[in-house]
Design a protein around this ligand. Sequence first.
Ligand code: FMN
Length: 208
Amino acid sequence: MGHFNTDDFRSMDRIARLKLVNAISGVRPATLIGTKNDQGRTNLAIFNSIAHIGSDPPLLGLIFRPVDEVRRHTWENIMQSGWYTINHVHPEYIENAHQTSAKYPTEISEFKACGFCEEYVAGIQVPFVKESQVRMALELAEIVKIELNGTFLLVGEIKYLHIHDDVSLSDGQPDFTGIAAGVSGLNSYYNLQFVKELPYARIGNSQK
Ligand SMILES: Cc1cc2nc3c(=O)[nH]c(=O)nc-3n(C[C@H](O)[C@H](O)[C@H](O)COP(=O)(O)O)c2cc1C
């Protein structure tokens, strides 16, 4: 394919650059963000920018595109309620999940429009995706603005985690094989395959 330097990136066609740069960080988990606004309307949108921030407290990050020019329902709803769910996309539902990125009006919920069922847990107001085998509810904890390009890092604390009974746990971690999809860029989806588990890496006989 070749190589690209700063000048190449600057002179590249906008769409070609967007596709290449969005994909180049590699395959990331495809997730669905479930939210609800003050009027009780639900919203569902696919996001691939999920990042582990820390485990004590359990924190995950999401990158949001700039919110000043285009209305973004997920963002608005999180600002209203302070809560959202993150649901891993089951491979059988890749097409449905991709369709949630279309610009539906506020009064249409992507849950219904894209063929997903809402599920609720006592004490949590935001909707989970029933078809997702690993899903969680988060409370907004911190917003960091990235001044360079106007995007935002949203940090949320996991307040509830559900792992379906069919998901096998190995060394305390879910095996995502067959139950979650990956995505590179904005439209190339992947199946995930567990390869192996390795012990904590040490140098020689060191106990550190
Ligand atoms: C595969 C994929 C991944 C996406 N990841 C993100 C993301 O991480 N952050 C973001 O702001 N938008 C992302 N989007 C775009 C949103 O899904 C899109 O803007 C959606 O319309 C937002 O819906 P809303 O207005 O209901 O919030 C992604 C789109 C696709 C197709």
